[in-house]
Design a protein around this ligand. Structure first.
Ligand code: CMP
Length: 139
């Protein structure tokens, strides 16, 4: 079932370089309402659980290390067509291929340290949002 919510994380490279405000501004200016928001330091175990779908990929070990190397900001966002529109706003996974005007074009440093995560489906948006926020934190 399609929903109007997606999930994002501002990743350690961006939080450590003081880009939380800049990225949240781009998100709000892009027409998204912030439903839930928190800053979290993930343990390697929690980061590994979050990215469990990528367990077999060659970059998994480095990704887990990177995602637990500094704080992240987790957020649930709301807008019509949220999942697809948010992926447009953030741009390609590899910032070298990210379009002008996207969050990754502006803030990402590499394919790994790519500033933000965005859910790839309505189903994953719900799973990922619930990973960080209880029901009474999603309003
Ligand atoms: P994200 O959209 O959060 O989903 C998986 C993450 O793995 C991705 O962003 C990158 O941070 C990281 N990653 C590292 N290397 C690769 C790669 N070669 N392909 C895709 N994702 C990668």
């Amino acid at each position: 079932m399609a929903t109007n919510r997606t999930f994002t994380m501002i990743k350690p490279d961006a939080t450590q370089e003081n880009h939380i405000g800049g990225i949240l501004s781009m998100i709000e200016e892009g027409g998204f309402r912030i439903v839930s928001l928190k800053k979290v330091l993930l343990t390697p175990e929690r980061a590994g659980q979050f990215y469990e779908v990528h367990k077999e990929r060659p970059f998994y070990g480095d990704l887990v290390k990177y995602m637990s190397s500094g704080p992240i900001v987790a957020a649930i966002l709301e807008k019509d067509n949220a999942v697809a529109d948010f992926r447009t706003l953030i741009g390609a996974t590899n910032p070298a291929q990210a379009a002008e005007g996207t969050i990754r074009k502006k803030y990402a440093k590499s394919i790994e340290a790519n500033a933000v995560h965005g859910s790839d489906s309505d189903e994953n948006a719900q799973i990922e949002g619930n990973f960080f926020f209880t029901a009474d934190e999603q309003f």
